[in-house]
Design a protein around this ligand. Structure first.
Ligand SMILES: C[S@@+](CC[C@H](N)C(=O)[O-])C[C@H]1O[C@@H](n2cnc3c(N)ncnc32)[C@H](O)[C@@H]1O
Length: 249
């Protein structure tokens, strides 16, 4: 059995597909100033749209929510419809590495947990062009937040995300990309547990028995459990960091 459908089925059943919370989205959004009354926002790698809907609640603007996973977009479409937001939220199925929006099409480009797909520095340089001078680029990214992580943490990330940088290195990349830093914070542990790792761990546990005979599925579940266990043990050394940035005027 190919594992990608199972992976998406598990992740799309969660309230969100990465660390985050409405409180963190609010805090990051509050750091932006000078937006028009109805800002145009691009939410990249929106998943099933927890950040999308938080942004819709924070603004009267129009949001383009983009992901390449059709099943996630279908779930988001149902939420958008239920919330009566279909006039303000447009869903786009596309590869985040193949955007073709005109320069300065948006007031804000937002991306929670998906800039790693194109690389932090590439993403900054490409996406800054999508906002005008004075526009905002807001991303969250998993980064080392303390020096000298223990061997267990280093080994895990060397295999799953070798490009993971130190927070200080990301700040240097931001400056090198010519972006101003408006706000910068590490998400609290609740942002990982409440709507992400706690339901993920429950889902992994519930799927063990029904998929007992499927070795590839068990390996996928082992990998997901390992990710949760690594955060439980080593969260003092890494975190999901919000970077609220502005393209200089
Ligand atoms: C870590 S999740 C973050 C989801 C959402 N922003 C959130 O915070 O809940 C990353 C998202 O990127 C999407 N994704 C993965 N590869 C992609 C690609 N090449 N183009 C567009 N989206 C992609 C996944 O489907 C997933 O929804």
């Amino acid at each position: 059995m190919p594992m990608e459908p199972l992976f998406h089925e598990i992740f799309n059943s969660l309230p969100q597909q990465g660390p985050g919370s409405d409180a963190c989205t609010r805090r990051a959004f509050a750091a932006i100033s000078g937006l028009p009354p109805r800002p145009k926002i691009l939410d990249l790698g929106c998943g099933t749209g927890r950040p999308t809907l938080a942004l819709a609640a924070l603004t009267a603007g129009e949001i383009v929510a983009l992901d390449n996973n059709r099943a996630a977009l279908e779930r988001l479409a149902a939420k958008v419809e239920a919330a009566g937001l279909h006039g303000r939220v447009r869903l786009v199925e596309r590869d985040v590495a193949a955007l073709d929006f005109a320069p300065a099409s948006f007031d804000v480009v937002w991306c929670e947990g998906a800039i790693f797909l194109v690389g932090f520095e590439n993403g900054l340089r490409a996406w800054r062009e999508l906002v005008p001078p004075g526009g905002a680029l807001v991303v969250s990214e998993v980064a080392w937040i303390r020096d000298d992580p223990p061997e267990g943490a280093r080994r895990f990330f060397a295999s799953v995300y070798p490009a993971m940088a130190k927070d200080q290195e990301n700040l240097a990349k931001i400056a090198a990309a010519g972006l101003e830093l408006l706000e910068h914070f590490v998400m609290p542990a609740e942002a990982w547990w409440t709507d992400f790792y706690t339901p993920l761990e429950q889902r992994v546990g519930a799927l063990r028995a029904p998929l007992a005979a499927d070795r590839a599925a068990q390996e996928l579940l082992d990998g997901l459990q390992a990710e949760v266990d690594v955060y439980r043990e080593f969260s003092a050394w890494y975190g999901s960091v919000f970077y609220v940035l502005r393209r200089p005027r």
